[in-house]
Design a protein around this ligand. Sequence first.
Ligand SMILES: CC(C)(COP(=O)(O)OP(=O)(O)OC[C@H]1O[C@@H](n2cnc3c(N)ncnc32)[C@H](O)[C@@H]1OP(=O)(O)O)[C@@H](O)C(=O)NCCC(=O)NCCS
Length: 179
Amino acid sequence: MNTYKGVSPTVHSTAYIHESSVVAGDVTLDADSSIWPLVAARGDVNVIKLGKRTNIQDGTVLHVTRKSSANPDGFPLIIGDDVTVGHKCMLHGCTLGNRILVGMGAIIMDGAVVQDDVFIGAGTLVPPNKVLESGYLYVGNPMQKKRPLTDSEVKFLKQSADNYVELKNDYINERLNAG
Ligand SMILES: CC(C)(COP(=O)(O)OP(=O)(O)OC[C@H]1O[C@@H](n2cnc3c(N)ncnc32)[C@H](O)[C@@H]1OP(=O)(O)O)[C@@H](O)C(=O)NCCC(=O)NCCS
């Protein structure tokens, strides 16, 4: 973890950060959240917040946009509870609600808002300021609203987050056992 301008990440005691990732500046991780190998989360020119039981998988980049006279709040990156962010995604200055799966390699740009219970397919590009509606699958570049989620897909959104809580607990135990 790195300090930037005197601000260090705030990490809940039950959260997990892999040793190979870089987490810098104003980044907050709430309970049971996890950051996996080779993630870069840089809260330097704005803030990054992760909710509870949210996982950010390997190789993902999290960044933000600075405040300016044209855009006084800039674009922070706010991610809710029970969100799964797959391998090698790019999340930049966007807002995600709860129980969302961001498929591998997806890109979500400044000002985009993803409502609760959304599935974003692998490789999807979400352009700036788009709003993704609760209960739908989105795929493609640029993204398209593909179809409503099935009941089992909605259940899977929470299941995926729960699986990653278990996995990070295993990794924390391995670390403790290694002394
Ligand atoms: C989108 C997804 C949920 C599958 O949805 P689905 O409706 O069951 O898709 P199907 O397999 O029935 O395919 C439907 C069509 O969408 C296409 N498709 C599937 N995934 C796609 C994707 N990510 N982007 C664009 N098109 C996709 C298929 O090729 C198929 O096209 P066709 O009708 O021309 O043959 C899945 O492919 C996906 O992207 N999952 C993300 C997994 C992931 O990244 N998890 C995180 C890491 S742990």
